[in-house]
Design a protein around this ligand. Structure first.
Ligand code: F0G
Length: 376
């Protein structure tokens, strides 16, 4: 018996381009194929992909209820990318272009996610990956990834900002290509997050809340919203609401922070590379860049997992913490998207340490004892 494929649902043309297979018209082919017309690739670009992108936009009723006034909240769960963070959007582009150029090695500085992503995509491309990280400040899951993907992991006695200085100089003096967000292909890939949000909602939201670390992603999203509108795919642009961790908030403070501190190690950045560009995006969009405390971040982290069932890493929860901090200023009936940049499994130590839930340990191995603990 021959099974005929079910008809493709009506959706936007650009999305359909990524679902172009005879046998399964719904098969996702990664963000470069899907948004090829919007990206600096050609037929001769070898596409290095792990089928990143196409992440869910999840309604968040428990968070919306805290704001009320008809506000709708969605979570762009980019922690569901192949290596568990939004970095894969940029890395598929950066590594494809590195391969196209014949590069043999790439390098990045990282608080963890960039290194995991660079390691995975580089190895898939047959390119060597070097990652420079701040010793002792990379979450467990991220370090595990970089090692297993086979990167050369170099942990230095210095923070992320120092790591970035080193890799910049390294890429100027040695045959290694920089794949931090200073590499313009990274932001090109990351802008597709904005395209997906518009494709899902049918138009741009009113607000986008986003964590800010090295400040590349807020710029990438803004670029995506602007380009998609210029091409007639949306009628408006959102206000970009960026949130830094209070102990690592150079943009908010107006000066670099020599020793940034925060539980959200992913955004522990004292001198962001895209500082001025991020301010330009914030201003052009009519948004704001503000600071959230570690307590606010952890509260949002627990609400996301405990009430929405969405497990993100602490830095990602900064977007929701920020939204809740400024909830009284959200326009009535607004649609808000919070970007959840990384998966909760990246940082299991933070989850165990900051959960308000405890393991019932030392329970006897008989039915009665277990039932008693269960409250029966
Ligand atoms: N959220 C997560 C989970 C991140 O890993 C990062 C950045 C950000 C937000 C901030 O994005 O830097 O574009 O403003 N992580 C970098 C890294 C610094 O090395 O993985 P940004």
């Amino acid at each position: 018996m021959v099974l005929s494929p079910s008809p493709a649902p009506v959706s936007l043309a650009n999305r359909d381009a990524g679902r172009n297979s005879n046998r399964n018209p719904l098969r996702w082919r990664g963000l470069i194929e899907t948004y090829r017309d919007f990206l600096p690739v050609s037929d001769s670009t070898p596409v290095v992909t792990l089928l990143e992108g196409n992440t869910p936009l999840i309604p968040a009723p428990a968070i919306a209820a805290r704001i009320s006034r008809g506000v709708k909240v969605f979570l762009k769960y980019d922690g569901l990318n192949p290596t568990g963070s939004f970095k894969d959007r940029g890395m598929t582009m950066a590594i494809s272009k590195a391969k196209e150029a014949g590069d043999k090695a790439v390098i990045c500085a990282s608080t963890g996610n960039t290194s995991a992503s660079a390691a995975a995509y580089a190895r898939r491309a047959g390119i060597k990956a070097f990652v420079i990280v701040p010793d002792g400040y990379v979450a467990l899951g991220k370090m595990a990834q970089a090692l297993l993907y086979g990167a050369e992991v170099i942990a230095i006695d210095g923070n992320f900002d120092r790591c970035l200085e080193i890799v910049r100089e390294m890429s100027e003096n040695y045959p290694v290509t920089l794949v931090n967000s200073l590499n313009p292909y990274r932001l090109q890939g990351q802008k597709t997050g904005a395209f997906e949000i518009i494709d899902d909602l049918g138009d741009a939201p009113d607000w986008v809340c986003i964590p800010v670390g090295n400040a590349g992603n807020i710029c990438a999203y803004w670029m995506g919203f602007c380009e998609y509108q210029e091409q007639g795919n949306s009628t408006r642009r959102p206000q970009m609401m960026g949130f830094q961790a209070a102990g690592s908030a150079p943009i908010v403070m107006g000066h670099p922070i020599a020793s940034p501190q925060t539980i959200a190690t992913a955004i522990r950045v004292g001198n962001p590379a895209s500082w001025q560009k991020a301010i330009a995006a914030q201003q052009a969009s009519g948004g704001e860049i503000k600071a959230v405390t570690d307590e606010e971040i952890l509260e949002a982290y627990r609400i996301l997992a405990g009430e929405e069932g969405v497990f993100c890493e602490p830095a990602s929860a900064a977007s929701v913490a920020g939204l809740l901090q400024v909830k009284h200023t959200v326009p009535e009936g607004a649609t808000v998207v919070c970007i959840l940049t990384g998966n909760g499994l990246k940082d299991p130590d933070a989850a165990i340490e900051h959960s308000h839930n405890a393991i019932h340990s030392g329970v006897n191995s008989d039915l009665e004892s277990v039932a008693k603990v269960m409250g029966f």
